[in-house]
Design a protein around this ligand. Structure first.
Ligand code: PLP
Length: 499
């Protein structure tokens, strides 16, 4: 299996090269040259395995340059007993007849990013051994909250790696800040910057591409790599859980082999739902992929009209991990749906860069309509849904999941499509306690003390506080540095001891 670039289909690299490099040289994203397909029997056999077994089977189709021992080591390490608090790793639970929830947040940081970021360090260090002859890998992350913590937790104490996270000092929640600043591990560092997320992201990109900094790293046998969702190593682990949820529905007797299901995904950068698209192309019987957005509804408009327009108001919502106007992974979908047309993708991306928008042609638009549905809802509807499904089903969900649930029930009402449906649940409700508390009817919600809020939510609902969040209370703050943007390069060199 080889990988090519969405913007230049003459590129041909191995999985290890795609994962080590992160992004193709001319700016395109790595995609598999061919999407492997599986038989009904393959799915039937998969259903007999545990999560680690399922992950190995799926990954072996994509990472053909990894030996069986390497895959055992990577997958076995990432999802080993005790790393995830649910023994199934990603359990599928029933909401009501015909509607299930795929819980992706039982990892160490209580958000779905763990599903990929627990595995990525193994994939990256194994890939680097093959392609980068023993260089030390330096991961720089700009985060608006969830990715930073999940990357720190994934890479902590991983040999031959360093991870350094920058976050906007006033741009993350109190709980997210605490999660990051109490991070343990000898190879990690966290630093706040004066500015917003875009400032952090722009500066990280500048450091990442600075010839002077890169030369300094090279002198010390180090290289940069990336842990964000454009890296193929973050996408491929996510395909596994869409197979896994289908197997679980089979085992629960909810469907028969071959029955179609719908999948609903709360979407930001389009990585999670793109993984579901790959699962569908590979042969998981999926009818519709339903893309759910918050008030930042650029994707809903795109799916309905074929017109992508990022020039619009940006809203800060109670589902912040979906507050995004440029969904990077959409580029991969455009490549596949256009019949591997790199010139077409390049045109679209140039349009986006220069004019803030692009329109796809009729053929691509019709393919999108055949596979995807889009929908969105605002914060009031999100909170109403959290309260409603808590009352009706005694199930507590977070704000992102609630956006997806809202969009699903709107879709059901509009279409009466009674296909069994799985909603991807992307975070523990305790990560977003203030909004969830309000939604379940608490009158006094004060954002200042994250722990008091968790305890209040626990007292009202009886839902247990996830152990990793409860444990933070007793951990010392290790990182409290705040710098100007101009000071970020020094922070990087300092941390690596190569000033
Ligand atoms: C990152 C994130 C999302 C969005 O996922 P994408 O792959 O970027 O579409 C949704 N919910 C939560 C809680 C997240 O952390």
């Amino acid at each position: 299996m080889y990988y090519t670039s969405t913007r230049d289909s003459s590129v041909k690299v191995t999985a290890a090269q795609a994962i080590t490099n992160g992004i193709s040289e001319e700016g395109g994203l790595f995609v598999p040259c061919e999407i492997p397909s599986v038989s009904r029997d393959f799915i039937k056999e998969l259903a007999q395995l545990d999560y680690i077994g399922r992950a190995k089977k799926i990954l072996s189709l994509y990472l053909t340059d990894f030996s069986e021992e390497e895959l055992d080591y990577c997958v076995g390490g990432a999802y080993a007993a005790g790393k995830f608090t649910a023994k199934e790793v990603a359990p599928t639970v029933t909401l009501e007849s015909g509607v299930s929830i795929l819980e992706l947040w039982h990892g160490p940081t209580c958000a779905f990013k763990d599903m990929a970021l627990q595995l990525l360090p193994y994939l990256l260090t194994t890939s680097a051994k093959k392609t980068a002859d023993g260089k030390q890998i330096v991961i720089l992350v700009a985060t608006s909250g969830d990715t930073g913590k999940a990357a720190l937790e994934g890479f902590k104490d991983v040999e031959n790696t360093n991870v350094l996270v920058f976050y906007p000092n006033d741009g993350v929640s109190a709980m997210q800040k605490l999660q990051m600043c109490t991070q343990e591990g000898a190879n990690v560092a966290v630093c706040a910057i004066k500015g917003n997320f875009d400032d952090a992201q722009t500066s990280v990109k500048e450091i990442f591409t600075s010839d002077a900094v890169k030369a300094k790293l090279a002198e010390n046998n180090m290289m940069f790599s990336s842990a964000n969702s454009i890296n193929w190593g973050r996408l491929v682990p996510q395909i596994v859980y869409y197979f896994s949820t289908y197997c679980d529905l089979l085992n629960q007797g909810k469907i028969e082999l071959g029955d179609k299901i719908n999948i609903v995904v709360p979407t930001g950068n389009f990585g999670n739902i793109l993984a579901a698209y790959y699962a569908r192309e590979m042969g998981v019987p999926i009818k519709k992929l339903i893309c759910a957005s918050n008030a930042n509804n650029v994707l809903t408009e795109f799916i309905e009209s074929g017109f992508y327009n990022k020039d619009r108001d940006f809203y800060t919502t109670i589902s912040p991990s979906m507050d995004i106007l440029v969904s990077s992974n959409l580029e991969r979908l455009l490549y596949h749906l256009s019949g591997d047309n790199d010139a077409f993708v390049k045109d679209c991306m140039e349009g986006l860069f220069e004019d803030g928008n692009y329109t796809v042609n009729k053929a691509v638009y019709e393919k999108i309509r055949g596979i995807f549905e889009g929908g969105f809802c605002d914060d009031d509807a999100t909170k109403a849904t959290i309260g409603d499904i808590y009352k009706r089903f005694d199930y507590l969900c977070d704000t992102h999941t609630a956006v997806a649930v809202t969009v699903y029930y709107n879709y059901l009402q509009k279409t009466a499509d009674s296909t069994p449906t799985v909603v991807a649940s992307t975070a523990s409700p305790y990560k977003f306690s203030p909004a969830v508390l309000e939604a379940v009817g608490s009158k006094e919600v004060n954002d200042a003390d994250g722990f008091a809020l968790m305890q209040q939510l626990n007292a009202i609902t009886g839902v247990p506080i996830p152990a990793p969040l409860a444990a933070i209370q007793n951990k010392p703050v290790r990182f409290d540095k705040v710098v100007e943007r101009s000071g970020m390069t020094d922070v990087v060199l300092d941390m690596l001891g190569i000033q």
